[in-house]
Write a protein of this length. Structure first.
Length: 105
């Protein structure tokens, strides 16, 4: 996949995350930052940062529970360590930090 195709797929995933956060009922705030970065802030002040990493052609999540990398398999963004799908991993991390169920679809 070339850089343009990667950016297109990554931006679509980040837009999907933004839409899911907008629809989420949990008490979380988020901000879309330049360069393909989403910062999610929780009531306790903790954050999750989601960003695209063009050099590795991955989307990265930095959360209290650790760092996670995802590669596009042609259909979905899949975790490089555990094969979990991006939105499922983000939901799990957000649930841990929010202290309440967070389901992002």
């Amino acid at each position: 996949m070339d850089e343009r195709e990667f950016t297109r797929h990554a931006d679509a995933a980040l837009a999907r995350i933004e839409t899911a956060l907008d629809a989420c009922a949990a008490d979380i705030d988020f901000e879309i930052m330049p360069g393909g970065v989403v910062e999610i802030e929780f009531e306790d002040g903790s954050k999750i940062v989601v960003n695209r990493h063009a050099a590795a052609q991955e989307i990265w999540i930095a959360a209290r529970s650790g760092g996670y990398h995802f590669r596009f398999d042609g259909e979905r963004w899949i975790g490089t360590r555990d094969s979990i799908e991006l939105m499922a991993a983000l939901s799990r991390c957000a649930t841990e930090q929010a202290g309440e169920p967070v389901e992002l679809r």
